[in-house]
Each structure stands twice: as structure tokens, then as C-alpha cells.
Design a protein around this ligand. Structure first.
Ligand code: ZN
Length: 289
């Protein structure tokens, strides 16, 4: 059995063949958490988890939607409804199958790309907006005792400072750094804060030439404490080798599992057992096992 701790299975990319996707999950013993990214896709995640026994939900407002006009094909309508903390709280409390708040966080990656930032925003203003909305969702996770699923890109210093502040007064918050793809030094800082690290398909890709050997994701997946490791797909994006470039789906978490097991010199069974146990603990959920 394997838990794909981060997918977007309720998105439109699966409209044509959802039954087959779920049949493959059953065949390979995979369960997943489907992740909301805005008000509408958070409601969608809850509805989906309520009607699929192998899927749980996370609700949250993604930092990119705070400051960008960009809307993916899968997220049509996200821009029609702004972040609303009270509304999100109602969505989060609407079903016991909501086990996390996310994906939420900071994403400064596209600030320099033309046409992606909301008009009238400066970079400093955009950072402030993202931090403000992230902090409201951190409080919500605390208030409802849900796990926090963090998306962070090109913003590690600010994220570490926010989480360090939070930790001082909230030692019990369960936090996942999803889709980790930073340096070992940064991973260690998150680990010191008690965070779990979500490793996805990127671990199977060849690292960039400029990446130091100790900073490759393979090396990080090898040396990080096994009891903090979570596996994920981020489906429909980032399909792992050997299916890279195709539409990703939760079942492909087994390719990530196989890769990490090989890197650590342990069996697929072992990696499956330990990461499932980690997911149960991190999300305070038995996932029906
Ligand atoms: Zn995601």
C-alpha cells in the first residue's frame, strides 16, 4: 500500500477516465489526498473525497492565486472568488474527510515574469499579500487541528522565518513541505523545525548541472530521516520517470517509491510501510488501513 500525499485528482484532467484511474489505484493499493488551490477547487476537493473512499481532501488558497492573474485549464473560475478566511473555514469544517489545510505558502518564482502578476502590485506588495494570506491559513490549520501542506518556491528564507515564529508557540502543528526541491541545507532547517518532507517525481529527473552532489534530490532522499519522508505525485503534473511527460496520476507514486527505495538500498515493501506510517501520523488519519 502507498499513500500519494499530494494529488489534484478532482481536477478536470481526469474527467474522461476517472473510473480507470481509481481502478488502477485499487489494483496497486494506492490512496491519495486531493488538494484544493482556491475557493472553488477546495470545495471541489471536499465533494470529491466525500464520494471516493480512496481519497481524502485538503483545502487551501495557493500563493500564486493571491498575486497572479494566471489560471490553469484545470482551475477555471479560481479568479472569480477571492480568498475568504471564514468561507475557507466553513469548507474545511464541512467534512471529516478534510485532513489538511493546503496547498498554501509562498511562491515568488514568477514575480519577474511579465504578465503574471496582478496589475498595480509591486514585488514587495505581492510578498506581503502572500504572507498575510498564508498566515491566516496557518492559524486555520492550528484552530482546526489540521495538517499544514506548504507550497514554497524561491521563498525559503521568508518561509523558514514564518515557520520558526509559528513553532515557538505551536510545537504540535503538523507540517509538510510539499514537492521539496531545494538544497540539503534548507531541508535540514525544515527538518529541525519538525517538518515532514514530501518527495515527488522530480527526484527521478536528472539534476541540473549546477547542482552540487550533496544537494541532489536523490542524495537528500537518501540521507534525510526516514521517519519524516512522505511520497507524492502532484498529479496531473510532474509525472516521474519512466512515465515522464505524460499525465501524472496517484498510481505513479510507486515509481517515486521504487526510486527512493533503490537510492536508500531498502525494499519497496519497506519504503511503502514506513511512508504509509508517516502519512498516518502526519495527517492524523488511518487512511482506511
Ligand atoms: Zn500541488
Amino acid at each position: 500500500m502507498l499513500i500519494d500525499t499530494h494529488s489534484h485528482l478532482h481536477f478536470r484532467k481526469y474527467d474522461e477516465d476517472r473510473n480507470e484511474v481509481h481502478a488502477r489505484m485499487a489494483e496497486f493499493g494506492v490512496k491519495t489526498i486531493t488538494i484544493g488551490t482556491a475557493m472553488n477547487t477546495s470545495r471541489g476537493a471536499v465533494e470529491y473525497a466525500d464520494s471516493h473512499a480512496d481519497t481524502w481532501a485538503s483545502v487551501g488558497y495557493h500563493p500564486e492565486h493571491v498575486t497572479s492573474d494566471f489560471e490553469d485549464d484545470d482551475e477555471i473560475g479560481v479568479l472569480d472568488e477571492q480568498f475568504d478566511a471564514e468561507k475557507l473555514e466553513r469548507i474545511a469544517a464541512s467534512s471529516p474527510r478534510v485532513i489538511a489545510i493546503g496547498e498554501v505558502g509562498l511562491d515568488y518564482h514568477y514575480f519577474n515574469e511579465s504578465g503574471k502578476m496582478k496589475s498595480g502590485l509591486t514585488i514587495e506588495g505581492a510578498k506581503l499579500n502572500q504572507k498575510n494570506i498564508f498566515l491566516q491559513q496557518v492559524s486555520l490549520a492550528r484552530k482546526l487541528n489540521k495538517t499544514l501542506i506548504v507550497h514554497v518556491r524561491d521563498a525559503a528564507a521568508d518561509m523558514l522565518s514564518i515557520l520558526t515564529d509559528h513553532r515557538n508557540s505551536n510545537p504540535e502543528t503538523r507540517i509538510v513541505i510539499h514537492g521539496f526541491s531545494e538544497k540539503w541545507e534548507t531541508a535540514q532547517k525544515y527538518l529541525d523545525l519538525g517538518c515532514y518532507i514530501g518527495i515527488g517525481g522530480i527526484v527521478t529527473f536528472k539534476p541540473r548541472k549546477e547542482t552540487l552532489p550533496e544537494d541532489t534530490l536523490t542524495s537528500i532522499a537518501q540521507k534525510m530521516p526516514l521517519d519524516r519522508l512522505l511520497l507524492e505525485t502532484d498529479a496531473p503534473w510532474l509525472a516521474p520517470v519512466p512515465v515522464r511527460g505524460t499525465r501524472n496520476e496517484p498510481t505513479y507514486v510507486r515509481h517515486v517509491a521504487e526510486f527512493v527505495a533503490r537510492a536508500r538500498g531498502i525494499s519497496l515493501q519497506e519504503i511503502s510501510d514506513v511512508t504509509t506510517k508517516n502519512a498516518q501520523k502526519c495527517f492524523n488519519c488511518d487512511f482506511g488501513f
